[in-house]
Design a protein around this ligand. Structure first.
Ligand SMILES: O=P(O)(O)OC[C@H]1O[C@H](O)[C@H](O)[C@@H](O)[C@@H]1O
Length: 574
């Protein structure tokens, strides 16, 4: 694709709304921006497409959203009348243009005679996943860039099972989208007409009620929660996004009466003004929460990202300071709590299964082994956890205990098939309630787990490699690492390598097939000291991710070792 020819088309069309035209005039002064925005089509990654809200074929705007929706419409048509009748559920988050894009997608699908259920207002990603299952639609669309900075937006597509669309269908959709000759001529039907003939239906409170009814299933020990309600004060922040729509009812019906929202962050705002990135991974998003927690003497802060699929938490330590937990630590606490509870009340059986990604902490698996339940590794992408739920249901060969990813995603009850921060918030609140009932802090609980199983400490670092140049650099780095495999990292011997791209395991110089995973550009190293290291280009951001997980006796040694490994990796990725 020639960037200049492509740019000329965008400059000459009369279809650009004024804000895009103005942006184009300004941004196109920079030739490297033009190259990046116009020399290729925006791709489908781990979670659909995501990019800066700017003009260009490699960006997110009305036209790239339109083209991909046309691709989805063609995919649905290929599946026949029944698929068209079942239609598509559409939701959106609190970002700039999210609502417009959602309506635009509805009008394109409507033009094809495809039934559309459009949320009347912003809603969490997991509620959209639930809505697809609840309404038996053929697909779902969510307009969101999740936890990215305010300059971004995105488009997540869901299959009929409520999980993000699996690669085969997503690839078909994308190839249909690429067949759209003229990105400016995707046809739409007027909203009034679609409303009048029933092709476009609004949904909202009806789906909320059904989703909330299911959320009640998440709490495993409602009596314990009730008995300890007054011992627990929780600060909650939706980080200016969709969690605001449901948190109050969700917590209240779960028996958590003492939940206090952070006022400044409960304002729905696409500027995300209290954050740099509205990502619960970062300490700074908790700052307003810390202040409030100190004022009202709360011990736990729960944050959900703007589309409420990720959940992060900070807990008070005995010295009064707050510790922001990692997604791995949160998942560890939850898995341990569930297993202890089930063992105590006699409901634990070896059929239960814990599912996580190959770049997540090894500690929950160690705990799962100790309790005698099954474990399963999948690639990054919650859709793969969704697939495991399907497999367990179809083959009746397991019961889903929980799925999690280090990137702050958790799922307990598969009525949603994407990570569900509302479920996560409820489960974390229950964990906090459990420790409060024992006169312990959540942080004490984590220490107790570490004492029993050893300290697992993980650090994920993302090295930015933006633009087409960045993509090339990431490809070169990965290929260099494949040509000459690392034999040691920071002086510690590499004992095994898993290459998910070539689908091989390399051990003692011997290669054996690595089965059970689709191909993916990931390298995972296992070291002599129980450390694991993984490298992969992200599917949602222009970054290469370096993951380190160490296993040590105490937290100080663990932190230090993980930092040192990360420093070595940083040099390697320069
Ligand atoms: O590491 P990335 O490819 O950027 O993906 C990070 C995360 O992105 C999205 O949130 C997906 O839904 C997750 O399943 C995934 O873990």
């Amino acid at each position: 694709m020639n960037a200049q020819d492509n740019l000329a088309k965008w400059e000459n069309t009369t279809k650009l709304p004024k804000y895009l035209k103005d942006q184009l005039t300004e941004l196109s002064k920079d030739s490297s921006w033009v190259e990046d925005a116009f020399s290729q089509d925006i791709n489908f990654g781990t979670a659909g497409m995501r990019g800066r809200l700017e003009p260009g074929t490699n960006r997110i705007n009305l036209f790239t959203v339109g083209r991909v929706t046309e691709g989805l419409a063609l995919l649905i048509e290929e599946n026949g009348e029944e698929a068209k009748k079942r239609g598509v559920a559409i939701s959106f988050d609190s970002r700039y243009h999210s609502r417009d894009f959602a309506q635009h997608a509805a009008q394109i699908l409507g033009k094809h005679g495809i039934q559309v259920y459009l949320f009347d207002d912003l809603r969490p990603t997991p509620e959209l996943s639930f809505a697809v299952r609840h309404l038996h639609t053929f697909a779902g669309i969510n307009i969101t860039a999740s936890h990215n900075a305010k300059q971004y937006n995105g488009y997540k597509v869901y299959g009929e099972d409520g999980a993000q669309m699996a690669p085969d269908n997503a690839d078909r959709l994308f190839s249909y989208a690429q067949k759209v000759d003229d990105i400016f001529s995707v046809e739409t039907a007027p909203v009034e007409q679609l409303r009048a003939d029933g092709t476009l239906q609004l949904i909202g409170e009806d789906v909320d009620e059904a989703y909330l009814a299911h959320l009640k299933e998440v709490t495993v020990d409602p009596e314990m929660v009730k008995a300890n309600a007054d011992k627990l004060k929780i600060i909650y922040t939706p980080l200016h996004g969709t969690g605001k729509m449901l948190y109050d009812r969700a917590f209240r019906q779960g028996g958590f009466d003492n939940v206090i929202p952070v006022p400044s962050q409960s304002i729905i705002d696409p500027e995300f003004p209290t954050t740099i990135k509205p990502n619960p991974e970062y300490r700074d998003v908790f700052e307003p929460g810390f202040k409030l927690a100190n004022k009202v003497d709360a011990n736990v802060i729960i944050a959900t990202d703007p589309d409420a699929d990720r959940m992060g938490a900070a807990v008070r330590k005995n010295n009064g300071d707050f510790q922001v937990l990692t997604g791995n630590q949160i998942a560890t606490l939850m898995a341990y709590y569930l297993l202890v509870h089930m063992k105590e009340n006699g409901t634990l059986s070896s059929d239960y299964e814990l599912v996580t990604s190959v770049v997540s902490s090894a500690l929950p698996f160690k705990i799962a082994d100790d309790f005698g339940i099954k474990t399963k590794h999948v690639l990054t992408g919650f859709k793969y956890i969704g697939e495991e739920v399907d497999r367990m249901n179809k083959e009746k060969d397991g019961k889903f205990l929980m799925g999690f990813e280090e990137s702050y995603g958790y799922l307990f009850k598969p009525f949603a098939r994407d990570k569900d921060a509302m479920q996560g918030a409820l489960m974390f609140a229950e964990v906090a309630s459990y420790y409060a009932s024992k006169g312990m802090t959540v942080f004490d609980g984590l220490q107790e787990i570490w004492q029993k199983y050893g300290v697992a400490y993980e650090i994920t670092k993302a090295v930015e490699m933006p633009g087409i140049g960045g993509q090339k650099k990431m490809a070169e780095l990965m290929s260099k690492l494949r040509k000459k495999h690392l034999t040691e990292i920071n002086g510690t011997k590499v004992v095994k390598i898993q290459d998910f791209e070539t689908q091989e395991t390399i051990e003692d110089g011997k290669k054996t097939p690595l089965t059970g995973f689709p191909k993916s550009n990931v390298l995972k190293y296992f070291l002599d000291d129980e450390t694991w290291v993984a490298l992969r280009p992200s599917g949602t951001e222009p970054v290469i991710k370096a993951y380190v997980g160490v296993n040590k006796k105490d937290i100080e040694t663990a932190e230090k070792a993980a930092q040192e490994y990360q420093e070595v990796l940083a040099k390697l990725l320069k």
